[in-house]
Design a protein. Structure first.
Length: 132
């Protein structure tokens, strides 16, 4: 093989390795957090606010765990992530990100989170936290 052929093969193998590592670390549980092997998030989730919605609008966590929430406000106006049952709220101005640690309720069930800016909840900016 020539030097050019060896470089091409080496580059190809490097790309395959990078893609394989990226695939192993992907978001495969549908809740915006990487899977830790137990069906739960890895203790953190990022929620975006594209307009009057949350993405993802469904997240899950284990009862009693601490969950790091990052609110990534991709919209131009103020938004919050509010969960009344946990007395938890973070807010992020337009184009900003803010984080906080949510103490997940101890009781299993579904809990609504929402944006507390007047009119946003009523416009559908709500989501569901499923506690297992």
């Amino acid at each position: 093989m020539t030097g050019k052929s060896l470089r091409t093969v080496g580059f190809s193998l490097l790309m395959v390795f990078i893609l394989a590592v990226a695939a192993c670390n992907g978001d495969d549980d549908g809740n915006g957090a990487a899977d830790d092997g137990n069906g739960n998030g890895n203790g953190s989730v990022t929620i975006e606010t594209p307009g009057m919605s949350f993405e993802p609008d469904e997240i899950s966590a284990s009862a009693g765990e601490d969950l790091e929430i990052t609110l990534d406000n991709t919209d131009g106006q103020l938004h919050t992530f509010t969960l009344d049952e946990a007395d938890f709220e973070i807010e992020a101005d337009g184009g900003e990100s803010e984080s906080g640690t949510l103490s997940v309720p101890d009781e299993a069930g579904e809990y609504e989170f929402y944006c507390s800016v007047p009119g946003h909840r009523e416009s559908g900016q709500v989501g569901t936290l499923t506690v297992e």
